[in-house]
Design a binder for this molecule. Structure first.
Ligand SMILES: NC(=O)c1ccc[n+]([C@@H]2O[C@H](COP(=O)([O-])OP(=O)(O)OC[C@H]3O[C@@H](n4cnc5c(N)ncnc54)[C@H](O)[C@@H]3O)[C@@H](O)[C@H]2O)c1
Length: 108
């Protein structure tokens, strides 16, 4: 089995990455804890994006996991091990909200 691990899979780049590799026939393991809602407020949540991926991509499975959770990440690697063909890391705090009309900036 060839699995692509995509962190930040519900975000802008992560969701497109998931779709792209799914189209190529690979299984997708998405990791995203909707930290975006914490950064920018509930209106910026990527939860609907996650739901869309789970609905449309038949070989997509999701883990709601904070990538800073070392134990959780190590456990994921133990579980999937050599089945992981590729890791694309996009989970992060972007500098600003990309939604149209939004000019929110983080305060932290
Ligand atoms: N979008 C662009 O045009 C662009 C251009 C250059 C660089 N980047 C960089 O690429 C990265 C991703 O950008 P994006 O536009 O996809 O952002 P995004 O906010 O749309 O997606 C990031 C995703 O990561 C998740 N996330 C954040 N912290 C997490 C954590 N600790 N654990 C698990 N999930 C977490 C968020 O919930 C979100 O769904 C950012 O660092 C951004 O600065 C983006």
């Amino acid at each position: 089995m060839s699995i692509v691990l995509v962190t930040g899979s519900a975000g802008l780049i992560g969701s497109e990455t998931s779709k792209r590799f799914h189209e190529e026939g690979l299984d997708i393991l998405g990791v995203d804890n909707d930290m975006r809602a914490y950064f920018f407020g509930e209106g910026a949540s990527t939860d609907s994006s996650r739901q869309g991926l789970e609905k449309k991509l038949t070989r997509y499975s999701h883990r709601t996991l904070d990538i800073r959770d070392r134990e959780g990440v190590e456990s994921l690697f133990r579980e999937y091990g050599k089945d992981l063909a590729l890791i694309v890391h996009t989970a992060a705090q972007p500098s600003h909200d990309w939604r149209p009309g939004s000019h929110t900036r983080t305060s932290a």
